[in-house]
Design a protein around this ligand. Structure first.
Ligand code: SF4
Length: 338
């Protein structure tokens, strides 16, 4: 087990973890809410350092990032545990794992150097910290991120945005892009559905913008829980006013089959996604994308000025019709980082 870097000692051998906005106080022998950090005799340890449970070579579009190195490959890894308890989680088998200490005994220890070597061998342009919440394994992620930088690989976080301000400040110098879930603008949703809070997510998004990190937003539209048009308008308005109208917004279809708990809810209807798309457009967003709807024309990038098709997508396949990041018809810059 690797001793954690982000914690404070307290009385009676308790510790307070500083990594995410839960700031768990953990007694000896106990783990934090994420189940991935354990207090052993007054010291905090990361149970998952060096133990990725998922390692894949993914298209960057799968993160999803549509305006960052389009068409490139991202070496993607995730571990066990999560600081949220989202009832809709699609990776719940890893994110909501219990007794992580026992489970990692069946996993191979993989050094950060080996991750980088594999990423380079696979011709990836970036490393993605994804599948479960990377905040809870920041020590491991940071060691990989530093090596990635040295090897000219970009670093991408796919996150719920619930890191502590200190954690965010530590990763910022090595972070190139992020896809952050903005699940709702409703505090109650965050509390009941995720067992987290909204405010830290909004604060962290503003910091990412201030620090000029390429950020894309994902909202999963869950029938009856996060499909209210007024709430969706608030999300779109927040993105436009605080992050900028050029920020891509991914609005994704919910499926009960793959969700952790919400098996009784229906799949999101396409017309709800189209309505959300229109809400985003009216708020002033330039790039809105339907998620989990392969083949739908709302997965494509269109020029926000003249409407010309600029990037055509079919699932994770892309066809570039732009001219070096500009609209081929009117020349408008399309806010793509190549
Ligand atoms: S990462 Fe968050 S959930 Fe996990 S122990 Fe630390 S404060 Fe608690």
């Amino acid at each position: 087990m690797e001793e954690a870097k982000f914690y404070k000692s307290q009385n009676n051998s308790k510790v307070q973890c500083q990594l995410c906005s839960h700031f768990c106080t953990i007694s000896p022998g106990q783990t934090g809410i994420c189940r991935a950090r354990k207090n052993e005799k007054g010291k905090l340890y990361s149970l998952v350092y060096g133990y990725p449970i998922a390692l894949n070579i993914d298209p960057i579009e799968k993160k999803p990032l549509f305006h960052f190195l389009p068409g490139s490959l991202s070496y993607s890894l995730g571990t066990l545990g999560c600081n949220f308890r989202c009832a809709n989680c699609q990776n719940w088998d890893i994110s909501q794992a219990t007794d992580i200490e026992a489970k990692i005994k069946y996993l191979d220890f993989i050094k950060p150097e080996e991750i980088i070597k594999s990423a380079l061998t696979a011709n990836c342009s970036s490393v993605a910290y994804t599948y479960n919440e990377p905040t809870i394994w920041t020590e491991y992620a940071m060691d990989i991120m530093k090596l990635a930088r040295k090897n000219k690989l970009k670093n991408v976080w796919v996150s719920n945005g619930y890191m502590s301000p200190n954690c965010l400040n530590v990763i910022l110098p090595y972070l190139d892009a992020a896809n952050i879930d903005l699940k709702s603008m409703d505090e109650d949703f965050y509390l009941k559905n995720c067992e987290g809070k909204l405010a830290p997510v909004l604060d962290n998004l503003k910091t990412l913008k201030k620090e000029k990190i390429h950020t894309e937003i994902t909202t999963l539209i869950i029938p009856s829980l996060s499909d209210n048009p007024k709430m969706l308008k608030k999300i779109a308005q927040f993105i436009v006013s605080q992050l900028g109208p050029e920020t891509p917004w991914h609005i994704s279809k919910f499926s009960p089959i793959i969700s952790w708990k919400l098996k009784n809810l229906p799949e999101t209807e396409n017309k709800i996604i189209y309505e959300a798309y229109e809400i985003g457009r009216q708020a002033g967003l330039k790039y809105i994308y339907a998620g989990n709807m392969p083949g739908d024309d709302k997965e494509n990038t269109y020029c926000p000025k003249c409407g010309q098709l600029a990037i055509k997508r079919l699932g994770y396949q892309i066809e570039r019709l732009d001219k070096n990041g500009k609209c081929a018809k009117c020349g408008k810059i399309l806010d793509i980082l190549d």
